[in-house]
Design a protein around this ligand. Sequence first.
Ligand code: ADE
Length: 253
Amino acid sequence: MGRIGIMAALHDEISSLLEAMGPDAERTRVGRRDYYTGAIHGREVVVVLARVGKVAAAATAVTLIREFDARVVVFAGLAGAVARDVAVGDVVVATALLQHDLDASPLFPCYEVPLLERSRFDADRATSERLSLAAREYLAEVLPRQVPADTLAAFGVADPRVHRGVIISGDRFVGCGAAVRGLRDELPDALCVEMEGAAVAQICYEYDVPCAVVRTISDRADDEASASFSGFLSRVARYYSAGILERFLTMAW
Ligand code: ADE
């Protein structure tokens, strides 16, 4: 299968994963980022903190592929809910990704990546199925033991679910009711919004490398989004990403 590239935007999202790599992980600095190569559950990985936004994510994905020979790229992190039936604490695994802030119209159709003739980039089906399974197992078996019930209740997490569908990305934290309603109207099949996934998916498409994106919902992208996001990040996020990814890495393929 080759080396798996694992990316996140924020430190809390991969801190536990770096711990799981242990002291043998090798750190290499490229373009102001630290890439940690090593193994988790016997699987070769390279883990990197990409930082926030599409440019950061795209640059990191290229480095993972070209310098670290990643044969598949997985992005894990948080997102704001767009679809009404997606709740805080749910997990979304992308089937396809689109940049909601890309608009070169009237020269090209809105959302289309100029000269690439597409606006949506598919996630790798097999990798995404494994991630969905890992997420389902994590939610059912591990989350209730890992995170105290009152913490989950504080975020309204009662019966978290895994969704598969379209994830949209843009260089903007969406934190206002009007903005999220606008996205819902414009892109009715979007499940959640974040700031990196579609950039990674575009790079992986251009390099012919399979990619997958898994997002935990931290907020509803509405007027309360920034408070919900910050609380979720500090109290819950690190369990989800690492828990799902560790399960994913133990699966046979
Ligand atoms: N990541 C987590 N929540 C987000 C939001 N509301 N907008 C963009 N990215 C996010």
